[in-house]
Design a protein around this ligand. Structure first.
Ligand code: ATP
Ligand code: LTN
Length: 333
C-alpha cells in the first residue's frame, strides 16, 4: 500500500504587500513542500479582520495574494490553495476549541500583547481569539507540519496544546502538529535597520522590498541599504547590514555565502548593492508579469478557488463532524 503523505498546512494574511522576506521565508518553501507532501495553503482573511480593514481593499488584496501565490509557483494541481472564509468549518471548529482554551493562555500570547499595544483602540475578542482560529485551521486538516516564521511558533505550540487537551478529554481526534521553522539565515532583515526583520508593516517604505516593487524601486532601495564603512563584502555578525545583503543575494541566486564572498572579492559596496538589486529584480519581474496575467482573468481564478474550497471543505468537514460527535452534539439516530 502506498504510504500516506504527511500533511502540511500554512497561511498568510491578506494584509499589506508581501516582502521578499515573506517570499524567501514562506512562499518559496511552500513551492518546495508541495512536491513532497499533501499541502493546504490558505489566504487567511478571517484572521485579517482582527485588525480593522477597508472592505474593498481586503477583497482586492485577497485575490492579489491568491494570484501571487500562483505566480510564485504554488501549483493547484499539487496542493489545495484556497480562501479561508470559503470553508465555514474554520469558524465552527474555532468555537469548539474556544471552550477548551483558557483566557489566561490566550492573553499571554506575544502577538496578542503586541497587537493590543499597537491597536489600543481596538482590542477586540477576535484579536485574542486569533491563535484559536489558527489552531482550528491546522487541526481541521490533520496537518503534522506547519511551516511558519519564528514569530508564529508560539501559536503552533498552542495548537499542539489544544490538540492534546482535546484528545485527552474526548478521545483520540486530532493529529498533534509541529512547527516547521526555516533556517535562521533564511530570515531577511530590514534594509534600514538590520537588527529588525523585514516586515510588511514597517512604517519606513525603504526598509522593505515588496514583491510588487518595479526594477528601479528595487535598485534604489538596495542602493540606500544600511551597511558599514569597511567596504568589504564579508559575512560577519558585526556586519549585520552587509551580511543581510549577502543572505539576500544567496537566496535569490541560489549561491552559498562562501561562493558569494569569493565572487565579490575586491568589489566595493556600491557595485555589490547594484548586483543584489539586479538579482532580486530578475526574480520579481516575471512573478509580477505572471500575477498581472492571472488577475486579468478573474473568472478563471474564481473557478479555481471554488474547486479548491470544495476540496478543502471535504477534508475539513470530516474532522468537524468527528469533533461534533465527540463533544456530544446530537446528529440524529
Ligand atoms: P507583519 O509585518 O504584518 O507582522 P510580516 O511581514 O511579518 O507581517 P507575516 O504575515 O507575519 O509577515 O508572515 C508571513 C510569513 O512570512 C511567516 O510565516 C514568516 O515566516 C514569513 N516571514 C515574514 N517576514 C520574514 C522575514 N523577514 N524573513 C523571513 N521570513 C519572513
Ligand atoms: N498567523 C499566520 C497566518 C496563519 C497561519 C495559519 C499560519 C493563519 N492561519 C495556520 C500557519 C497555519 C501569520 O500571520 N503568519
Amino acid at each position: 500500500m502506498e504510504e500516506k503523505k504527511k500533511i502540511v498546512y500554512s497561511a498568510v494574511q491578506p494584509t499589506g504587500r508581501l516582502t521578499i522576506g515573506n517570499y524567501v521565508g514562506a512562499i518559496r518553501n511552500w513551492v518546495r513542500l508541495q512536491q513532497e507532501y499533501e499541502c493546504f495553503f490558505a489566504v487567511a482573511d478571517l484572521h485579517a479582520i482582527t485588525v480593522r480593514q477597508e472592505p474593498a481593499e481586503l477583497r482586492r488584496r485577497t485575490l492579489e495574494l491568491v494570484a501571487l501565490y500562483l505566480a510564485c509557483g504554488v501549483d493547484p494541481s499539487l496542493c489545495t490553495l484556497y480562501i479561508q472564509s470559503h470553508v465555514p468549518a474554520h469558524a465552527e471548529l474555532a468555537w469548539v476549541l474556544n471552550t477548551i482554551t483558557y483566557v489566561g493562555e490566550a492573553s499571554r500570547m506575544t502577538q496578542f500583547k503586541d497587537k493590543s499595544a499597537r491597536h489600543a483602540d481596538n482590542i477586540n475578542m477576535g484579536l485574542m481569539d486569533y491563535p484559536v482560529l489558527m489552531a482550528a485551521d491546522i487541526l481541521l486538516y490533520g496537518a503534522s507540519a506547519v511551516p511558519v516564521g519564528a514569530d508564529q511558533k508560539q501559536h503552533v505550540e498552542l495548537a499542539r496544546d489544544l490538540a492534546v487537551r482535546f484528545n485527552n478529554r474526548y478521545g483520540e481526534t486530532f493529529v498533534v502538529p509541529e512547527p516547521l521553522i526555516g533556517r535562521g539565515d533564511a530570515r531577511i532583515a530590514s534594509l534600514q535597520d538590520p537588527s529588525k526583520k523585514m516586515s510588511k508593516s514597517d512604517e519606513n517604505p525603504s526598509a522593505s522590498v515588496f514583491l510588487s516593487d518595479d526594477r528601479d524601486t528595487v535598485l534604489r532601495k538596495f542602493r540606500r541599504a544600511v551597511t558599514d564603512s569597511e567596504n568589504c563584502v564579508r559575512y560577519a555578525p558585526e556586519k549585520p547590514g552587509i551580511s543581510n545583503l549577502i543572505n539576500i543575494y544567496c537566496a535569490f541566486e541560489n549561491k552559498s555565502v562562501a561562493q558569494t564572498e569569493e565572487l565579490f572579492r575586491g568589489v566595493g559596496y556600491g557595485d555589490f548593492k547594484a548586483e543584489v538589486g539586479e538579482a532580486v529584480a530578475r526574480v520579481l519581474t516575471p512573478i509580477q508579469t505572471k500575477q498581472a496575467e492571472l488577475l486579468a482573468d478573474k473568472p478563471a481564478l474564481s473557478a479555481l478557488l471554488n474547486e479548491s474550497a470544495e476540496r478543502a471543505y471535504k477534508t475539513a468537514r470530516r474532522t468537524l463532524f468527528k469533533v461534533y460527535r465527540k463533544v456530544g452534539f446530537y446528529r440524529g439516530e
